[in-house]
Design a protein around this ligand. Structure first.
Ligand SMILES: [Zn+2]
Length: 126
């Protein structure tokens, strides 16, 4: 992750616990945590909010990293005749606009399993 990403997301920890890391702490934390992809760091922060009663120091963040399982990305492969496996269908619709007919592109969620993955779901489940 970049320094900018680190600072932005670390700010979330500070806001949540109502405290701040000092510049030296943040420097050392970043040196140790920068090999992590930002998505991974965010996953760890979500775990911290669930599990840490107090603002975590670097050792605790590293511990949370070790405890947080990697969730392999599951790319759902569907053989669907309707949408071709992408989960949505683009179609055109004619709309009357006064004396003109305009053609618009519409997108519809497919009824197959892949289409179901487009349902919105909450970011964090406490
Ligand atoms: Zn489909």
């Amino acid at each position: 992750m970049t320094l900018e990403e680190f600072l932005k997301d670390t700010k979330q920890i500070e806001n949540y616990y109502g405290k701040e890391y000092n510049e030296d702490q943040k420097k050392i934390m970043y040196e140790n945590l920068k090999p992590l992809p930002i998505a991974r760091y965010r996953m760890i922060i979500a775990q911290i909010f669930r599990n840490c009663q107090y603002m975590p120091n670097l050792a605790k963040i590293i511990e949370m990293n070790n405890l947080t399982k990697y969730e392999p990305k599951k790319e759902l492969k569907i053989d669907c005749q309707r949408c071709g496996g992408v989960g949505y269908i683009v179609y055109k619709k004619e709309i009357e606009d006064g004396d003109k007919i305009r053609i618009y592109d519409y997108v519809a969620r497919c009824t197959c399993e892949k289409g179901n993955t487009y349902k919105a779901y909450p970011l964090i489940n406490f």
